[in-house]
Unconditional design. Structure first.
Length: 170
């Protein structure tokens, strides 16, 4: 398991090797760990701009951690709206070349709703219990993302409705 200190130490090593500034947006359990909502994560998941993907992959190619990279807001089978970076949360750190961010809490819920396994359920429950999330904003974002979903729309909608019923009932 990888905790927040492990993540930041790992990123500090990468930061020193970068010759250009990049934006890294943590998603899933990585985001939850950086936000202090989870003690650790199994693997590292980041979304990165396409122009920086090759650079980042080259630096981490022989890494000790399992790292999954997603490009330009296309996460698993969803394309987040163009404002996902603007809505992201900045993580304060001493990194020089890495602008470290996490997906917004709403975008974390939306992306976890697509797969919605046991870990996703736990993570969504944690967010719902500890943070104020407006159901209307969640529904609005879901409608935006659903338009670009590359998987089974009915399953995604079913999972999202379960999330609403279980965690965001009015």
């Amino acid at each position: 398991m990888i905790d927040k200190n492990d993540l930041l130490a790992w990123l500090k090593v990468i930061d020193k090797q970068l010759k250009t500034r990049i934006v890294l947006i943590a998603i899933g359990g990585t985001a939850m760990t950086l936000l202090g909502l989870k003690s650790s994560t199994r693997d590292i998941d980041f979304c990165i701009e396409g122009k920086n993907l090759k650079i980042f992959k080259k630096i981490i190619r022989n890494d000790k951690f399992k790292v999954d990279l997603f490009q330009d807001g296309f996460i698993f089978s969803e394309q987040l709206p163009n404002d996902y970076i603007e809505k992201s949360n900045k993580i304060i750190s001493d990194l020089i070349n890495i602008d470290l961010r996490t997906l917004s809490l709403i975008d974390i819920i939306i992306t976890k709703s697509a797969r919605y396994n046991e870990r996703d359920e736990e993570d969504i429950a944690t967010i719902a219990k500890t943070k104020k999330i407006e159901r209307k904003e969640l529904e609005k974002r879901f409608k935006q993302v659903k338009e670009t979903f590359a998987g089974n729309d009915k399953d995604y909608e079913y999972h999202f409705n379960l999330v609403l019923i279980r965690h965001f009932s009015e």
